[in-house]
Design a protein around this ligand. Structure first.
Ligand code: HEC
Length: 155
């Protein structure tokens, strides 16, 4: 049979195994690259870095230093975290999970990590579940982007 319909049916059958993968919007960062969506870009544009700074002070600074001249504490120093590969800054003993995460921290990966840290890096040693409020999370991510020798522009 050389009917055009056959081509269509074959193409459909071939693409079917990929469908669940296309529908998947989560998973560990080791296997899932979170996209920089228009939704995230809009959220970052609206984000208030001062609110991010306040949240960081209240919830992150007990474990993390964000100063250029800062040091590792319970968590690694977060100066220059943007652009860095996860689990690689020298002088901090990361969990094997974070070392194997393989991800480079940027707007999309940090937003995803901070939404649900255990989903993003199963077995991570950071005792902080996540920031469920998307607006607040964007504010924290924007604040983190400024803790940098050359802060990246908004995407
Ligand atoms: C109770 C302590 C604790 C709190 C609170 C905490 N962290 Fe962490 N954080 C850690 C530890 C420990 C690690 C290393 C995790 C590992 O090795 O699995 C880490 C890792 C990270 C990393 C990855 C750094 C790298 O170089 O790969 C980022 C980014 C981060 N934390 C951001 C935050 C932010 C933002 C907050 C606040 C919203 C926060 N953390 C709250 C302890 C903490």
């Amino acid at each position: 049979m050389n009917h055009p319909l056959r081509t269509v049916v074959t193409a459909l059958a071939l693409s079917l195994p990929c469908l669940p993968a296309l529908g998947e919007a989560s998973g560990p960062l080791k296997t899932f690259q979170p996209p920089l969506t228009p939704e995230l870009k809009a959220r970052l544009k609206q984000a208030d870095p001062a609110a991010g700074a306040r949240f960081f002070e209240r919830k992150c600074s007990q474990c993390h230093d964000g100063e250029k001249t800062g040091a590792h504490a319970k968590g690694p120093l977060l100066w220059n975290v943007f652009g860095r590969r996860a689990g690689t800054i020298a002088g901090f003993a990361f969990s094997p999970a974070m070392q194997a995460a393989g991800v480079v921290w940027d707007f999309a990966t940090l937003d995803y990590y901070l939404a649900d840290t255990e989903r993003a890096v199963p077995g991570r040693a950071m005792d902080f579940a996540g920031i469920t409020d998307p607006a607040l999370r964007a504010a924290v991510v924007l604040y983190l982007s400024r803790l940098n020798d050359s802060p990246p522009p908004l995407p």
